[in-house]
Design a protein around this ligand. Structure first.
Ligand code: NAP
Length: 495
């Protein structure tokens, strides 16, 4: 289906609209439906054409056999507009009216009442209600309406926070959702491209039964999790979809979002990757729900995976939280070094950084009996982490005399665009060391380049990223993911 936005055409006339409609038909095939729209400037129209011209264009499109014409409900209720449209519709029985309402500033005062008014005004019309989500929690009203309404309807939320309403329209039976042809040609805030819809968000394979997963974060746009999980769902022909879920705010907003999802079992959200800034609040949420927190996640004080119950984990009726970061990192290291986790026992390990990832790795290393020293810019943070897990600590300057079997970078030093820096002085890197960098963009950081040049064994952050995603995929589905595909997808995305 195409939407022909005639309000974007300069020097518009009804004849021009018919001519472009004809061109679209010839290019796309007569069987491809076309919605003809000439949007009022007050509701987002590109060029603010007068009402007489806009209505003349729509009447001409109706007469030329457009399958749909979109009229703003606020204009349709004017008796003269309504009369003209209804007379022309009577002559073109195959054309359907779309009665639309838009709010570019926020939510409608009463979405359900507006929907009922539009239905009552012209029962054969397709109601189209589009408002702006300032927060993802604003989308629930749109999802509820689409889920509950009978007959064709279009209900969408604009803005980045409204993305799920666009991506889930098909699952919930919405007549259409809107995509742009490319990044530059969007006609409303928050639209994704047709390519992303089809390739990344698996639009053609979504139906009412599709189970949902997603990454909860703020910001979320940079996350590679949707590409890798959706690639694996597609490869295994699973009726599952993984979404970016922008949850802004803190604990209260996260709790409201998760409560909202749990109150709507028909959405079929089953599992989540959780990252900045919600990793700590997740534990509290799961505890308040009487759910299970994996013991090491409890010790780390953060979880990155939430399961709400799926075929893979049907024994869990309550939410469950896990931390796959530490296991992902440890498995990447043990696989590369050819050891089991027992091999960490008494190993001297230098961990650079004292943030969230560092905490997860230090918990894993000390759990396996390693001798860990934590180096950090803010020495007090290193001291606190060292005290929690019984390790040694020092400032970054002490790295000048570093001597360890395994060196791990858990800082963002070396991450794009800071690619010319390394947290570890080149001189201390030796052939008998293994060096692991959690940074995965770029895949080979300066630290890893210099370690390789020194003859040390190197392990990149993509290995950790893929491993933690593999562990999540297993928790989500009960099936193994494809690490080769995941790694390739990450490399392609970084390129
Ligand atoms: P975090 O909690 O914000 O901690 C950041 C750490 O980096 C702190 O120790 C901080 O030191 C240090 N740091 C930041 N900028 C620095 C600078 N300019 N000079 C010296 N130290 C600096 O972040 P996180 O969640 O632990 O993430 C750390 C890194 O892990 C990320 O940058 C990311 O590349 C990587 N990561 C990888 C994966 C994966 O799957 N491969 C997953 C998640 C994260 P202070 O305490 O002094 O501020």
């Amino acid at each position: 289906m195409f939407e022909l936005r005639t309000d974007y055409l300069e020097d518009l006339t009804p004849e021009m609209a018919i001519s472009v409609l004809k061109d679209v038909r010839e290019a796309a095939g007569a069987e491809v439906p076309v919605i003809v729209t000439c949007r009022d400037g007050r509701e987002g129209g590109a060029i603010d054409y007068p009402e007489t011209l806009r209505i003349a264009v729509l009447l001409a499109a109706l007469g030329a056999g457009a399958q749909f014409v979109d009229v703003e409900y606020a204009n349709f209720v004017k008796p003269d507009v309504r009369h003209k449209i209804e007379v022309q519709l009577a002559w073109n029985a195959t054309c359907r009216l779309v009665l639309s309402a838009h709010d570019f500033n926020g939510t409608f005062d009463d979405l359900d009442r507006l929907y009922r008014e539009i239905r009552a005004a012209h029962p054969q019309a397709v109601p189209k209600l589009v408002y702006t989500a300032r927060h993802i929690n604003d989308c629930f009203a749109a999802l509820d309406l689409l889920h509950g309404c009978e007959g064709d309807a279009i209900v969408l939320c604009m803005g980045e926070a409204g993305l799920i309403s666009r991506l889930l329209a098909r699952k919930l039976g919405g007549l259409v959702t809107f995509a742009s042809l490319d990044e530059a040609s969007g006609t409303a805030p928050g639209q994704v491209t047709i390519g992303q819809f089809k390739d990344l968000y698996r639009h053609d394979s979504i139906d009412a039964e599709t189970e949902l997963f997603g990454v909860i974060a703020d910001p979320v746009g940079h996350s590679l999790s949707p590409v890798i999980h959706n690639a694996c769902f597609a490869e295994q022909l699973m009726n599952r979809l993984y979404l970016p879920l922008l949850v802004q705010g803190g604990r209260d907003e996260l709790f409201a979002f998760l409560d909202g999802l749990q109150a709507r079992p028909w959405l079929a959200f089953r599992g989540f990757s959780i990252t900045i800034p919600h990793k700590h609040s997740l534990l509290e949420y799961v505890r308040t729900q009487g759910g299970n927190v994996e013991p090491l996640a409890e010790q780390i004080g953060a979880a990155n995976t939430l399961i709400l119950g799926s075929p893979a984990t049907s024994h869990e009726s309550q939410p469950a939280a896990y931390n796959t970061d530490y296991a992902g990192a440890l498995d990447a290291i043990t696989a590369a070094m050819g050891i089991t986790r027992d091999g960490f026992c008494d190993m001297s390990i230098a961990v650079v950084g004292a943030g969230g990832v560092s905490r997860a790795l230090v918990a894993g290393f000390t759990d396996a009996g390693a001798q860990v020293t934590i180096y950090n810019r803010t020495v007090e943070r290193a001291e606190q982490l060292a005290a929690d897990f019984g390790c040694a600590h020092a400032g970054l300057d002490a790295l000048a005399s570093l001597d360890a079997r395994l060196v791990v970078n858990c800082t963002s030093i070396g991450m794009h665009p800071d690619v010319d820096h390394s947290p570890v002085p080149q001189e201390v890197l030796k052939p008998d060391m293994a060096v692991f960098d959690t940074v995965y963009n770029p895949a080979e950081t300066l630290l890893l380049k210099q370690a390789r040049a020194a003859g040390a064994q190197t392990i990149d952050g993509i290995a950790m990223f893929v491993n933690q995603a593999m562990a999540q995929f297993h928790l989500f589905t009960g099936a193994p993911g494809n690490p080769t595909l995941m790694r390739q997808v990450v490399l392609d995305s970084l390129r």
